[in-house]
Unconditional design. Structure first.
Length: 215
């Protein structure tokens, strides 16, 4: 009977092959999340920057109330951490943080069955256009690459409208990335934008989202 026993490695081979195939499949479909790219500009004499009362507002209409609330909350949280006091209205000696944000498609992913339209965040359009907060993206099987680019910019001005500071952060994500959701992207972009505030004038840096997970 023992003469017909197969070597152990031959019995395990199918399981090993299956596990390897599953690992490769998981790697191929891993959600794509790029680093956050941040560029900032600082006035030569930014008197009062980083302190005192400040109001946050959106110069452009944002039709999606949920997206607007998430972005506003994320920006206000970072401003408070810097030392600002958030107020509801403009006034004397009150700085203003003007917030603009948008999401745009990067590329379409095709599969054998044809494209499937997916609205990131539930709607189509851009943040700042007033149309909505997401973009229609073609989602297919297989590997996932960058499909949408989300931007957040903030300009801080003094009460006399003098610009003290301005920054822009952008993040490329795949459709399946958790950062394609507005809450997560808003927190990550705001955290990156105000990291090491005020930052180097005219300098562009990239920040891994893993370093922002606590925000």
């Amino acid at each position: 009977m023992s003469a017909f026993r197969l070597p152990t490695f031959r019995l395990l081979a199918p399981a090993v092959v299956c596990a390897a195939a599953m690992a490769l499949s998981a790697c191929a479909t891993r959600p794509y999340t790029g680093p956050v790219e941040v560029t900032r500009f600082v006035a030569a004499n930014p008197v009062g920057l980083g302190q005192g009362p400040i109001v946050v507002y959106f110069p452009d209409e944002v039709a999606n109330a949920g997206a607007k609330a998430a972005i506003k909350a994320a920006v206000e949280r970072e401003l408070q951490a810097l030392g600002y006091t958030i107020v509801a209205q403009e006034g004397r000696d009150i700085q203003v943080a003007a917030v603009r944000t948008a999401r745009n498609p990067i590329a379409a992913i095709q599969n054998d069955r044809g494209p499937v339209s997916v609205g990131v965040g539930g709607q189509t359009g851009s943040f700042g256009s007033g149309v909505g907060l997401g973009v229609g993206i073609n989602l297919g099987g297989g590997s996932e690459g960058p499909a949408a680019n989300t931007e957040l910019s903030v300009r801080i001005t003094a009460a006399d409208t003098t610009t003290l500071w301005e920054g822009r952060a952008q993040l490329a994500t795949g459709v399946k990335s958790p950062y394609s959701q507005v809450d997560a992207s808003a927190r990550a972009l705001a955290a990156a934008l105000f990291r090491d505030f005020p930052g180097g004038n005219g300098e562009t840096v990239t920040i891994n989202v893993k370093k922002l997970q606590g925000n």
